[in-house]
Write a protein of this length. Structure first.
Ligand code: C8R
Length: 261
């Protein structure tokens, strides 16, 4: 073993860091703060990029911690108005299509921190100060605390902690468990809502067009209901909430569920 050159980067099962990661972070930060949300113009995007890089550079990508992301979390603080927080689980596309139209509502990706990281991959290496563009670890690598999952857990926790007023969640009614205890929503977000601040959680359970099954009666929804009742948060459930259904109907205008009944 002595004398054999160490491989430059470990080979992981997942795809590597998104090309131009540092440039994308910086560009998205400026796009968000200088164009989309001018109230955040005072944010220092160079500092934000550095805090993001420092969270994972020269570190083992399987031993990422919440503390690694703390400086980034603090630099990107932002308030969402009460009653305007939208969560989602296995329904990313529909939820984000909705907030595009309903500009007063916010998913995590409609805030600076979620916006800069959405859809990207990133990791480093304990033995080098380089970004690993070759591969990054995933859960399949026996790597639960990887750079990306710890980031989303940390960001989601802060997002939920800061919510106030009634909150909404878009759930996918076309999968066997619309509420999944192991998802970020089920594992992190509902447990970090502050019951003094959040009186109600409204679930919108959405089916794919053409899927007739019923969902507010799904057993997994009972789990959600009981977690919330233990936390003193009122729960309501609505199937195929009309405004969201109408967005789905853009693709299937001829479906019977899309015409006025
Ligand atoms: N949230 C979690 N994960 C996020 C995310 C986000 O905002 N944005 C992205 N791109 N991701 P899922 P879930 C990535 O299983 O687990 C917050 C991460 O790689 O459909 O319930 C958000 O506030 C992550 O592994 O949903 C939302 O309310 C998958 O997408 C929940 O958590 C998670 O996709 C959604 O997380």
């Amino acid at each position: 073993l002595l004398g054999r050159p160490k491989p430059k980067h470990k080979e992981w099962d997942g795809k590597g860091t998104t090309p131009y990661f540092p440039e994308i972070i910086l560009g998205r930060c400026y796009a968000f703060t200088e164009i989309r949300q001018l109230e955040l113009r005072h944010k220092d995007c160079q500092k934000i990029r550095k805090a993001f890089m420092d969270a994972f550079i020269s570190k083992d990508p399987c031993s990422s911690t919440k503390q690694d992301y703390q400086p980034l979390i603090e630099l990107t603080n932002e308030t969402v108005p009460c009653g305007k927080t939208l969560f989602w689980s296995k329904s990313s596309e529909l939820a984000h299509q909705y907030t595009r139209v309903r500009q007063d509502l916010f998913t995590l990706e409609d805030t600076l921190l979620g916006y800069i990281a959405d859809g990207l991959r990133w990791c480093g290496d304990a033995g080098s100060s380089e970004i690993n563009y070759g591969s990054c670890p995933e859960r399949g690598d026996q790597c639960i605390n990887n750079t990306m999952s710890v980031f989303w857990d940390t960001a989601s926790k802060r997002f939920a902690e800061n919510a106030c007023g009634a909150v909404q969640v878009v759930l996918n009614g076309s999968i066997s468990d619309p509420f999944d205890k192991n998802s970020t929503f089920g594992r992190v977000e509902i447990h970090n809502l502050r019951s003094e601040e959040v009186p109600t959680l409204q679930a919108w359970v959405m089916h794919d067009i053409g899927d007739p099954s019923a969902s507010c009666s799904n057993p997994s929804i009972d789990d959600l209901k009981s977690i919330l009742s233990n936390r003193n948060i009122k729960f309501t459930c609505q199937e195929n909430y009309r405004p969201l259904r109408l967005l789905q109907c853009v693709q299937y205008p001829e479906d019977s569920s899309c015409s006025i009944q």
